[in-house]
Design a binder for this molecule. Structure first.
Ligand SMILES: Cc1ncc(COP(=O)(O)O)c(C=O)c1O
Length: 450
């Protein structure tokens, strides 16, 4: 197999900066990293690992040597912070009562959780089905769309990611996931352009023309049953306008195409609302949820859809062993209660203003920053060689990341040059300030050394 075909950090993790990083790790950690590499299958994005972590709490993950990282990545599971004490308490209670619910039985906590979840949606979205992971919820949504529309094709965005299974990569657009997989899986999917911008277009609607591509495709192909997309793209933080999504909704209605929104990484307050689609005044047909749904403790995912689509009782949409997981339900219910009781949505709206101001100051200070985009507590900082050409500064982005990691701030880089900031929603102002200090120092260091 070809190695090192993609060189950006996160893709293969064999860069020069990664080698330097390992020089600072202690022998015990290096031994465990070696053990990890010995027992686990190697794959892009995951291996080799950065460090070995031993505990987590709030916004922090802590390694074997006691070094704490502020986690501004967290795989988007940590909305309510790591090991949230309220969630942990509810889970302990549940563990003393009912830990698994075999198929054909149900349980109160799963019903309570489903009811609570539905209560957060517009009245028409009133049916739920759970799954053990986000990718499985994508699969359920695709199956349901086929049943409802009788049409098997799907439109999705180029470069999109909706999970790593064969059905999910078939509709996803990221090439890295399709390599060696053969052409057949792509036959039923058409990838269209994601509305992209060089600034925050959320309010201005200049991206509405992107919806034309969808309409043109639907005009020509009557076998398309669904349009699947992330409402706001999480990785490199692409925020379509209200006009764009309203136009898409209208087009989907006109061509009897289901609008499936993948909110797996972005729901539950990340954007300052419980769900990202609420910013757009649109009603999706199916919403896929996961990641933070289980409070970062228990894996659980879901689709939420309409009663009128509850028409597939003679087949299994999601025949998953952990379908009505009492522990997943206890975690999810507690996660939602925590967000509500601590008014995290209002907090995130305030934090958004604060972070925006901080990032604008950073942008003024450093030419390396091409664009900043964000909403709530999800932000992307684009690192460029030159603002006018927007040429990606991949190596610089990586060096900034490693400097931050060294100083205790962890985040991910997307598209090779977009620093993605995704902290727990529980983060305090003091912690935000600390993170910005680390980030600023890294920018100073890398800009100075160029
Ligand atoms: C947008 C999106 N959809 C789907 C998934 C798949 O979720 P999971 O890894 O829980 O299967 C992910 C995971 O990163 C994601 O970011």
């Amino acid at each position: 197999m070809e190695e090192n075909s993609l060189l950006t950090e996160g893709d293969v993790n064999f860069s020069a900066a990664r080698k330097v990083w390992y020089q600072d790790l202690d022998p015990a950690t290096m031994n465990l990293l070696d053990d990890d590499a010995t027992v686990f299958m190697h794959q892009s994005l995951s291996t080799p690992c950065l460090d070995v972590i031993e505990s987590c709490e709030g916004i922090y993950i802590t390694d074997m040597k006691g070094k704490k990282y502020m986690d501004f990545h967290g795989n988007s599971v940590h909305q309510v912070g790591y090991r949230n004490p309220y969630v942990v308490e509810r889970l302990k209670e549940q563990m003393d009562l009912l830990t698994f619910s075999p198929r054909r039985f149900t349980n109160r906590i799963a019903i309570d959780f489903a009811s609570k979840l539905i209560s957060l949606f517009p009245p028409n979205l009133d049916r739920v089905l759970f799954a053990p992971g986000g990718t499985s919820s994508i699969g359920m949504a695709l199956k349901l769309a086929r049943v409802v529309t009788g049409k098997h094709k799907v439109v999705s965005f180029k470069d999109s990611f909706h999970g790593a299974s064969l059905d999910a990569i078939a509709i996803g657009g990221e090439e890295q996931f399709k390599k060696y997989m053969g052409p057949a899986i792509e036959a039923d999917t058409i990838n269209i352009a994601q509305p992209v911008t060089y600034r925050n277009v959320f309010e201005d609607g200049t991206d509405i023309h992107y919806a034309d591509e969808l309409e043109n495709i639907l005009k020509q192909d009557n076998q398309i049953g669904a349009f699947m997309a992330e409402t706001i793209r999480n990785t490199d933080v692409q925020i379509p306008s209200k006009d764009y999504w309203n136009s898409v909704r209208k087009i989907c209605n006109e061509y009897q195409v289901l609008l499936i929104l993948d909110e797996i990484p972005i729901a539950f307050g990340r954007t300052g609302k419980m769900f990202a689609f609420e910013h757009y005044d649109i009603e999706p047909d199916i919403v896929c949820l996961g990641k933070g749904l289980g409070a970062g403790i228990i894996p659980i995912a879901a689709i939420v859809t309409k009663d009128k689509y509850n028409i597939a009782r003679d087949i299994s949409l999601g025949h998953y062993t952990h379908e009505k997981s009492p522990l997943g339900s206890a975690a999810g219910l507690a996660m939602i209660q925590y967000i509500e009781q601590h008014q995290l949505l209002a907090k995130v709206v305030q934090d958004e203003k604060y972070v925006r101001e901080k990032l604008l100051i950073l942008k003024e200070q450093f030419d390396l920053i091409g664009d900043i985009r964000g909403i709530g507590l999800l932000w992307g900082i684009e690192i460029v060689k030159d603002r006018s050409t927007k040429e990606k500064a991949i190596e610089e982005a990586e060096l900034i990341m490693y400097d931050c990691l060294k100083n205790g701030l962890s985040f991910k880089i997307s598209q090779g040059n977009v620093i993605q900031l995704c902290p727990p929603l529980t983060i305090t102002r003091k912690e935000l300030d600390q993170a910005f200090e680390i980030l600023t120092k890294a920018f100073l260091k890398i800009s100075f050394s160029l």
